[in-house]
Write a protein that binds this ligand. Structure first.
Ligand SMILES: [Zn+2]
Length: 226
């Protein structure tokens, strides 16, 4: 008998860990239809040029009242995760029979193909700018210009990287990453598509607008004519 999993929620990471070669990407919740329980999966991304062999994360799942339902380390063993690849979305790290209110995740350690265990506990979490949805009128135009359906946010510059319209954070300290590691969007092409869509929905205002010239008193500086 195969299990049926219904997606309940997906939340992108609101932070990245400075200096870490592995990044937390998102948490997803699924309902197991046979039992009604909730399964938690976590997705991470390898940003290092060598393949990951094993990786450990720490999670803490709370119910809606803020009580801890489960807290532990979870290790992804015998994986072969290459540079830029995401992993973890197929592994349930926690199963709950109660509704979840929050899931907190931190990075513990990673082992690459040299077999050396690297602790990630000292890589400090840095908050990412909040995701702003692309306006509905802009979404279609950006999607068709880029040929990528998953685009739905305004791209943002962030400390140490840039956030793509798919929501993916591209950490690029000193590495000049200009292609999104999650959806493949080229950063310059994406910015051009967003600018073009912005011009469509918000045509440039004229410098002088006769409709605003009378009625409300304006100081001359507001027209930039002094
Ligand atoms: Zn992307």
């Amino acid at each position: 008998m195969s299990e049926t999993f219904t997606p309940l929620a997906r939340s992108r990471s609101s932070y990245y860990c400075k200096g870490s070669p592995v990044h937390f990407v998102m948490v997803e919740l699924f309902r197991m239809e046979q039992t009604g329980e909730t399964v938690v999966t976590l997705t991470f991304k390898n940003l290092y040029s060598h393949p990951i062999r094993s990786f450990t994360a720490h999670y803490c799942c709370k119910n809606r009242a803020g009580q801890v339902l489960g807290e532990d380390d979870f290790t992804y063993s015998n994986v072969d995760v290459r540079d830029g690849q995401c992993f973890g979305s197929d592994d349930g790290v926690f199963i709950s029979d109660e509704m979840l209110g929050s899931v907190e995740v931190s990075l513990v350690s990673v082992t690459y193909d040299d077999g050396v265990l690297h602790s990630l506990r000292r890589c400090p979490p840095v908050a990412l700018p909040a995701l702003r949805p692309l306006e509905k009128e802009m979404r279609e135009s950006v999607r068709s210009a880029m040929g990528i359906r998953a685009l739905k946010y305004m791209p943002e510059e962030a400390p140490d990287g840039w956030r793509c319209a798919c929501g993916g954070f591209n950490y690029n300290v000193g590495r000049g990453k200009y292609t999104c590691s999650e959806c493949g969007a080229d950063k310059a092409a994406l910015q051009a598509a967003v600018q073009a869509a912005l011009r469509q929905v918000r045509p440039q205002k004229p410098m002088y607008d006769a409709a605003q010239a009378f009625g409300q008193p304006h100081s001359p500086q507001e027209y930039g004519t002094h």
